[in-house]
Design a protein around this ligand. Structure first.
Ligand code: DLL
Length: 444
C-alpha cells in the first residue's frame, strides 16, 4: 500500500502504523515465525508450559502451521494464581524492567512482567491505537486512566508520548481538578473509562462549564464494557469522537485492540496477539463468525508469554477487510464475560474476592449479595451481608463495629471503597441453583 493511502486511512500517517496494513500472506508468515519462537521460549523456560505440553504430547516442533496452535493447552487465570508471584516468567529478573498487577480471584493479585523489549512492543501497539483514533503530535492528552499497578495509566502514557503528543499524567479521580485542567490547558484528547468520562461531562455541567465549548475532540475509552447508547450520550454532550480501546493485563494491558474511524469492531494487533474464538463450555474452536470466548496468544512477549490465554470475554471475529484499509481482523465490542467477574470504576472484581474478605471477619454468615448501581457515571457497589442472630440482636455499637471491619477487609482485598449493609439473617433471597451474588442495576 502507498504512503498516500495510509495518510488517507489514518487522517495522519504514523510510521509505527505500517504493520496495520500488511498483506495477509505476509502477516500470516510473520505470525507463524513468531508463534514458533514463543512456543519454544515458553516450553524451555516456564515449567508449567513444559509440563502441560508434555502431558498433551506436543513438542514445540509440532507447530508447523498456524492451525497447529489448536494442539496447545489453554492457559487460565487460575494458572497465574497458582504460580504467584513469578512462576510464569520466561526471563530472569535482571531482564525484567516492569511489573504490573490485576485482581485475582482470591486475596492475592495476579502479577505480569515486561522486559525492555516488551515495553517497546506495548508502546508501539499503543502508538498504533492512538494513530487509529486520528491522534497526532500536537495533541494534548489528559490521561485519566489510573497510574500504578493497573496497566491503563502507564500503557496510555507511553503510547501518547511515543506518538509525540503532550501528556498530562493526571491519573484517575479528583474530578473538579480534571475539569479545570481540561479547560485551562486546552486538552484535545481524553483517555479514561467511558463511565468516568460521563461523570466528567455531568460534573462539568454542574460547574457551569460546557464540554461542547472545549477543544476536546477525541476520547479513547476502555477497561470496562460500554454500549452504543453510552457512545451516543458522550458524542451528543461533547465534541468527542469516542473510540473503544481493549486490553487485559495478562496479554499486555491496553493496546490489544482498537476501533478505527469506521467504528465497526476493534482491530486486533495480530502481529503481536493471535486470536481464536472458542466455545466457553467445550473449549472447541468456533467456526468463522460465531460468537464465543476470545482466546489470545502473545506472539512476541518475552518476560511472560501467554499461550492460548482464555480471556473470558465474549465476542465475535469479523474477518472481512475493514473499509479503513487495515488488514487486521476485528472483533465486535465486548459486552459480557463467561465468568462472574465485573468491573467497577475500572477495577476488576470477582465475587470470590468478596467472599474471601468476608471469611476473615467473624460474625458474618456466608450469605451476601453485591448490588451495583451507577449515578452520574459513577459506579457504586454495596455489599449486603447477613449477620448472625447474636450480632443482629446486639447493640448498635456492635453492628457498627462489624460494618467497619467488613468495609476495611473489603478495601484491603479489592483496593476499592465499597458500601456495606448488614442485614438480618434469612433476608437475602436463597436460590435453588447457583447463588445470585451480583445484582447489576447499572444502565450501560
Ligand atoms: O483493563 C487494560 C485496559 C486499560 C484496557 C485501559 C483498556 C484501557 P485489566 O484490568 O486486566 O486490563 O482488565 C481486563 O477488562 O478482560 C475485559 O473484561 C475488560 N475490558 C478491557 N477493555 C475493555 C473494553 C485493562 N474496551 C478486562 N470493552 C478484560 C469491554 C473491556 N471490556
Amino acid at each position: 500500500m502507498q504512503m498516500e493511502q495510509w495518510n488517507d486511512a489514518l487522517g495522519k500517517f504514523h510510521p509505527a502504523s505500517a504493520p496495520d496494513y500488511l498483506p495477509l500472506p505476509q502477516l500470516r508468515e510473520l505470525q507463524l515465525q513468531r508463534l514458533q519462537a514463543i512456543v519454544r521460549r515458553a516450553y524451555d523456560f516456564v515449567p508449567l508450559y513444559k509440563k502441560r505440553m508434555d502431558e498433551a504430547n506436543v513438542k514445540p516442533e509440532a507447530i508447523q502451521t498456524l492451525k497447529d496452535i489448536e494442539r496447545l493447552p489453554f492457559t487460565v487465570k487460575a494458572d497465574l494464581r497458582d504460580t504467584y508471584p513469578f512462576g510464569l516468567f520466561a526471563a530472569p529478573m535482571r531482564d525484567i524492567v516492569r511489573l504490573h498487577a490485576s485482581s485475582g480471584t482470591t486475596g492475592k493479585p495476579i502479577v505480569v512482567a515486561y522486559t525492555r523489549e516488551d515495553i517497546d512492543v506495548w508502546t508501539t501497539v499503543m502508538v498504533r491505537s492512538f494513530a487509529a483514533c486520528g491522534m497526532h503530535a500536537g495533541d494534548i492528552v489528559q490521561n485519566a486512566y489510573g497510574y500504578g499497578l493497573f496497566t491503563g495509566g502507564l500503557g496510555a502514557h507511553y503510547g501518547a508520548e511515543g506518538l509525540g503528543a503532550t501528556v498530562i499524567p493526571i491519573s484517575g479521580g479528583n474530578t473538579d481538578r480534571q475539569i479545570m485542567l481540561m479547560k485551562d490547558f486546552g486538552v484535545t484528547v481524553i483517555t479514561c473509562t467511558p463511565s468516568y468520562f460521563i461523570h466528567l461531562i455531568e460534573r462539568a455541567g454542574e460547574m457551569g462549564i460546557k464540554m461542547k465549548e472545549l477543544p476536546l475532540r477525541v476520547g479513547v475509552f476502555g477497561a470496562e464494557p460500554w454500549s452504543e447508547s453510552m457512545r451516543a450520550y458522550i458524542q451528543e454532550n461533547s465534541n468527542v469522537e469516542a473510540f473503544d480501546l481493549y486490553g487485559l493485563s495478562e496479554i499486555v494491558g491496553p493496546g490489544v485492540a482498537i476501533e478505527c474511524s469506521r467504528h465497526h469492531g476493534l482491530h486486533i494487533f495480530e502481529d503481536h496477539f493471535y486470536p481464536e474464538i472458542i466455545d466457553p463450555e467445550t473449549g472447541k474452536v468456533q467456526p468463522e463468525g460465531a460468537e464465543g470466548e476470545l482466546v489470545l496468544t502473545t506472539l512476541s512477549k518475552k518476560a511472560m508469554p501467554m499461550l492460548r490465554y482464555r480471556t473470558r470475554d465474549i465476542t465475535t471475529l469479523a474477518r472481512e477487510q475493514c473499509a479503513c484499509g487495515r488488514t487486521l481482523v476485528r472483533f465486535l465490542r465486548v459486552g459480557r464475560r463467561s465468568d462472574d467477574m465485573f468491573i467497577i470504576r475500572g477495577i476488576n472484581v470477582f465475587p470470590s474476592q468478596v467472599e474471601h474478605a468476608l471469611l476473615q471477619v467473624e460474625g458474618t454468615l456466608p450469605h451476601y449479595q453485591i448490588v451495583l448501581t451507577r449515578e452520574k457515571g459513577l459506579d457504586h457497589m454495596e455489599v449486603q451481608v447477613e449477620v448472625t442472630p447474636e450480632i443482629f440482636h446486639d447493640t448498635v455499637g456492635a453492628m457498627e463495629g462489624l460494618q467497619k471491619k467488613i468495609a476495611k477487609a473489603l478495601d484491603q482485598t479489592l483496593n476499592l471503597k465499597v458500601g456495606v449493609r448488614l442485614v438480618e439473617p434469612h433476608t437475602i433471597q436463597r436460590s435453588e441453583g447457583k447463588a445470585k451474588r451480583v445484582v447489576d442495576q447499572r444502565k450501560m
